[in-house]
Design a protein around this ligand. Structure first.
Ligand SMILES: Nc1ncnc2c1ncn2[C@@H]1O[C@H](COP(=O)(O)OP(=O)(O)OP(=O)(O)O)[C@@H](O)[C@H]1O
Ligand SMILES: [Mg+2]
Length: 334
C-alpha cells in the first residue's frame, strides 16, 4: 500500500475576474512508504493546492487521494491522523505559549501524556529556550520551526512539509534536515516542497516536477541527474556573448553557464569564445545539478520562462537531453 496516492487529481478554482483557473490537471502518482519525496515546481505550479487537497483543506474538482489507504474525503479523520502537515503560511493562535500550543495540538489528535516527545521536539528544533514564550514573541524563523513541531506532535507516519525552510537560517536548516532525515530513517514517509533545489537534491530519493498543474517529470533524483547534460561550463565575461550561444547559455550578470555533454563540447565552446575575441575569466567545469535539470525540464515544457537563474538572465531555453527522457516516467509506481 502506498503512503500517498494521487489518482487523476484536478482542481479548478472558480475565479470571478479571469475565468476559472485550472490549478491541477490530472495529477497521478504514488509515494511509497518510507520514501523521501520532493515535489518541485515554480511559483503557482500547484504544489500547495495538491498538499491542501491531501490534507483535506481543499476539495479536488475530480480525482481521489488516499493516505495509507484512507481516502482523504470519505475517511477524513483516519487519513488526517496519518499526516503531519507543515503549511506554507504562518498561522497561529496568539494566546498560548509554545509548550501549551503543542499540548493543545496533541489533544486534537487524542495523544495524552505527550510531554516527553514535546520536549524532544523543542530540543531538536532549537525551541527549548522559547518553550514558555508567547507565540507572538517568536521571530519569523522560530514560528516556522513551531509549525514543524506542531505537525509532528502526534508522530505521524507521513510528514508533509510545504517550504519548511523559507526564511529559516542556515544553521537551523541543517538541524531541521538532520531531524527529518532521522525520522525518515525510522520509517516515516516525507513529502517535501522547496525552492532550494540543493536541499531537494541532497534529501529526496525521488522527485516530481509540476508545471502549470501538470506533472512534467517524475523520477529518481539520481536518474534525473544522470540523464542531464553531465557538465556545466561556467565563466565570467566582460562583453556580449556571441549569437551562437543564444538559447544555450544561462547568463546572470557577467556569469555564463553552458551545459556540455563532454570534454569535446567544452573545447568547442571555449574555441568559439576565443575566436569571438571575448575575454573570459574564472573558467570552471562543474557537474550538472538538480537546478540545471529543473530549469531544463521547465523550459522544455515552457510557455512561460522558468524562474530563478534563467529568468534573471532573460534568456531562452537550454539545450538538453534530459527532459525527453524524464518526462512521464514511473507514473503511478507503488
Ligand atoms: N484559493 C484560491 N483561489 C483561487 N486561485 C487559487 C487559490 N489558491 C491557489 N490558487 C491559484 O492556483 C495556482 C496554484 O497555486 P499554488 O498555491 O498551489 O502554487 P504553488 O506551487 O504552491 O506555488 P508557490 O511555489 O508560490 O508556493 C496559482 O495560479 C494560484 O494563484
Ligand atoms: Mg505553495
Amino acid at each position: 500500500m502506498p503512503a500517498i496516492s494521487f489518482q487523476s487529481v484536478s482542481k479548478i478554482y472558480p475565479s470571478a475576474r479571469n475565468g476559472p483557473l485550472k490549478a491541477l490537471d490530472d495529477v497521478s502518482f504514488d509515494i511509497r512508504q518510507g520514501e523521501f519525496f520532493g515535489l518541485l515546481g515554480p511559483n503557482g505550479a500547484g504544489k500547495t493546492t495538491l498538499i491542501s487537497i491531501l490534507a483535506g483543506l481543499v476539495r479536488p474538482s475530480s480525482g481521489r487521494v488516499t493516505v495509507r489507504g484512507y481516502d482523504v474525503q470519505a475517511d477524513y479523520a483516519n487519513a488526517r491522523r496519518q499526516l503531519g502537515v507543515v503549511p506554507q503560511e504562518l498561522v497561529f493562535d496568539p494566546f498560548f505559549n509554545v509548550r501549551e500550543s503543542l499540548r493543545i495540538q496533541s489533544g486534537y489528535f487524542g495523544v495524552k501524556n505527550n510531554d516527553a516527545w514535546i520536549g524532544e521536539l523543542l530540543e531538536s528544533l532549537g525551541l527549548a529556550d522559547k518553550a514558555d514564550a508567547n507565540m507572538r514573541q517568536l521571530s519569523g524563523g522560530m514560528k516556522r520551526r513551531m509549525l514543524v513541531a506542531q505537525a509532528l506532535v502526534h508522530k505521524p507516519p507521513v510528514i508533509v512539509l510545504d517550504e519548511p525552510t523559507a526564511g529559516v537560517d542556515v544553521e537551523l536548516r541543517q538541524t531541521l534536515w538532520q531531524f527529518i532525515a532521522r525520522l525518515n530513517k525510522a520509517g516515516h514517509t516525507v513529502l517535501l516542497t522547496t525552492h532550494y533545489l540543493e536541499e531537494a537534491e541532497a534529501l529526496c530519493g525521488r522527485v516530481a516536477m509540476l508545471k502549470s498543474g501538470r506533472v512534467v517529470a517524475l523520477e529518481r533524483t539520481s536518474e534525473l541527474l544522470k540523464a542531464a547534460s553531465s557538465n556545466v561550463l561556467r565563466f565570467k565575461i566582460d562583453s556580449q556573448l556571441p549569437r551562437e550561444f543564444e538559447g544555450k547559455a544561462r547568463v546572470t550578470g557577467r556569469i555564463v553557464q553552458l551545459p556540455a555533454h563532454d570534454a569535446h563540447e567544452i573545447e568547442r565552446y571555449l574555441g568559439a569564445i576565443r575566436e569571438a575575441g571575448l575575454r573570459v575569466e574564472d573558467v570552471e567545469v562543474r557537474k550538472a545539478d538538480l537546478e540545471d535539470v529543473f530549469l531544463d525540464v521547465m523550459s522544455r515544457h515552457g510557455d512561460k520562462p522558468p524562474p530563478a537563474r534563467a529568468a534573471e538572465a532573460g534568456r531562452g531555453p537550454l539545450p538538453s537531453s534530459a527532459a525527453d527522457q524524464v518526462t512521464g516516467l514511473e507514473v503511478g509506481s507503488s
